[in-house]
Design a protein around this ligand. Sequence first.
Ligand SMILES: [Zn+2]
Length: 321
Amino acid sequence: MDHQHVVGTLPAFVALDSSPVLAGQRRGTSIQLDDTYFTGQLRAFEAFDADSEERSTPGFAERPQDLRESLQRYRQIEIDIDSLTEADLWTASTRFRRELRRIPEIDFLKRQFPGRCFVVPEWLQSGDRLHYGARVYFFGSEESTTPEDVIRENIDGILHDSSQQFERYQGRLHGYPDCCIEFYHERSATAPSPEWRSIEPFADRIADESLGDGIAVSLDEVLPRFSDWEGRYAFFAREFFPEPGCDTARTHGQAIYDELSSAEPVQLIEDHFGLTFGYNYLVARAVHTGGSYRPTPGDLGQEHLMFYLPLRELVTMPRYS
Ligand SMILES: [Zn+2]
C-alpha cells in the first residue's frame, strides 16, 4: 500500500488512471487533450462546487480560471500542413507541439505528476482526410519513451497508411496485454467489431433507458449492481477492449483494483471501474452501429461528471466519505 501513488490534485479520472503507472502496474497511460477535457472540469466545478469557499485544497479556487485560460489557448492553435510527406509532417508536429507546450494546463500536469508527463500532437488519417488532436502521456520513468519516438511512430503509420501499426505501438505503451492487442485487430466485414465483441457479454445488464438522462441519474442506475459483475475488472482502462474471457486482462485488472482500493475508498474505485466500463460501452455501441462517439462528461450519470473534479475534492463528496 502506497498512498503516494495517487495524485490528489489531478482530475480524479486522470489521477486514478495514472496511479497504476506510478505503482509499476502499467507502462503508461494517456488522455486526449481537447475541449472535453477542459469543459468537463469547468462544468464539474460549476455543478458540484456551490460552497467553494469552504474548500481547503490550496490552489483549488484558481483552477477554473486557469482552465479557462488553457482552453482559450488550446482553441487558438491553428495547424497547417502542406502535404503528407515525412518532412511536412515533422514540421507541422514540431510547431504544433511548441504551441501545445505553451498551454498552462500542460505545466500544471507536469508539475503535479511525479513521473514523466509530456504532450504530443496526434495525427489520424481516415479516408483522404487527416485529423489531428493532442494527447498527454504519463509514464513512470524517463526511460519509457520520448515524445519524438511517439511522433515518429505516428508519422510512420501515416506514411505507410497503417493506423494498425501505430495502434499496436500505443497499446504496448499503455500496458495492454499482447493477446488483447491482437484481438483488437481481428477485424472483418462479416463479424461484429472487436469493441462490440468485448462488451457484448455484458450488454444486456446495462440500463440503456437511463442513458440520456445525464447527471439527473446515478451510475448505479446505468449499471445496476455493477459490483456483482463477474469479470468487470478486465476493463481497466478507457478505450481498452479486452478479449472476452481473457485471464491476463482480468488478473491484471484485479491487481490494479486491489492496489487502488488499498489507498482509496472502495466505492470510489468501483465507480472508477464502472465509469471505465460504461465509457467503453458507449464507444463500442457507436462502433457497432457504424459510427464513432466520444462520451461527454455526465453521459453515464452524475459520477461521470464528478470524476472531473480534483481527486482530493471528490473524496469529500458524501458518496465517498
Ligand atoms: Zn488478452
